[in-house]
Design a protein around this ligand. Sequence first.
Ligand SMILES: Nc1ncnc2c1ncn2[C@@H]1O[C@H](CO)[C@@H](O)[C@H]1OP(=O)(O)O
Ligand SMILES: [Mg+2]
Ligand SMILES: [Mg+2]
Length: 303
Amino acid sequence: MKPGECSLGNRLPVGGNGNKFEFPPQQGEDPWKECMDTAVQLALRAGQVVKKALTEEKRVSTKTSAVDLVTETDHLVEDLIISALREKFPSHRFIGEESTSAGSKCVLTDCPTWIIDPIDGTCNFVHRFPPVAVSIGFAVNRELEFGVIYHCTNGNMYTGRKGHGAFCNKERLRVTQEKAIRNALILTEIGPKRDPETLKLFLGNMEKLLTFQAHGIRVIGSATLALCLVASGAADAYYQYGLHCWDLAAATVIIREAGGTVIDTSGGPLDLMSCRVVAAGTMELAQSIAQELQTIDYGRDDN
Ligand SMILES: Nc1ncnc2c1ncn2[C@@H]1O[C@H](CO)[C@@H](O)[C@H]1OP(=O)(O)O
Ligand SMILES: [Mg+2]
Ligand SMILES: [Mg+2]
């Protein structure tokens, strides 16, 4: 994809809410810099909407299961982000969690594509449990170029740009060098299926890792923020069956740029649409976890 195919428009800041997040300086020409700057500004703007709505009464509906929640704020924020991006970059494509739920196609092509989770941690949002994020990933030629994840309740802005590192605000992120399950702090998420067979597999996977003397397993209710904790070195690994491309896109760039590994649960390369992942600071730990996991089938995002 040539840089010219990203309609760069003018350089007016998006939003104008007075928030002055400065992206860490980069060297050389970056054809997607304006896109990334726009993503940061939009994540901040969306984050403010989410933060305000957190304390207000919410209308909650369910999607794929009784525990897969959505609110009017998820829709509002996704519309806000996609309409602003479409206006600025009319030739680009969009994959959004709520647009996909409403029937939009979820396919990644070579075109510049934005992959958006308007609220990651909707269940947390509904309960006012703090890990709640806005996640914006961007891919060109099916390769992830950058990711922006805004932790709405504590104001942390996580960014990763391919080849330029990962940051939390202005602080560079680094993964841990832990290689063994034995000493690892591991994060996961439960996924929306709660039938007995799925729960047995989910708990069996946890039990296996605990049997190997993992220091701990944590579930925080936001896949994107859990992955940011791995990028930050606050946890050693993350695995899950039942997440989606919008949970993974932005975070994958951030972890890789923090020196970490993101792979498929089979031990092979990541497939963004496969609804499963293992991420870790080291390939050794990622492979060890992948080897122990029993597959939970969640289908694919692109069919
Ligand atoms: N009841 C629930 N509890 C936690 N996460 C849930 C959930 N239902 C759906 N999810 C989604 O599953 C992802 C990975 O498990 C989470 O980050 C969350 O993304 P969401 O809030 O964007 O829907
Ligand atoms: Mg969401
Ligand atoms: Mg999500």
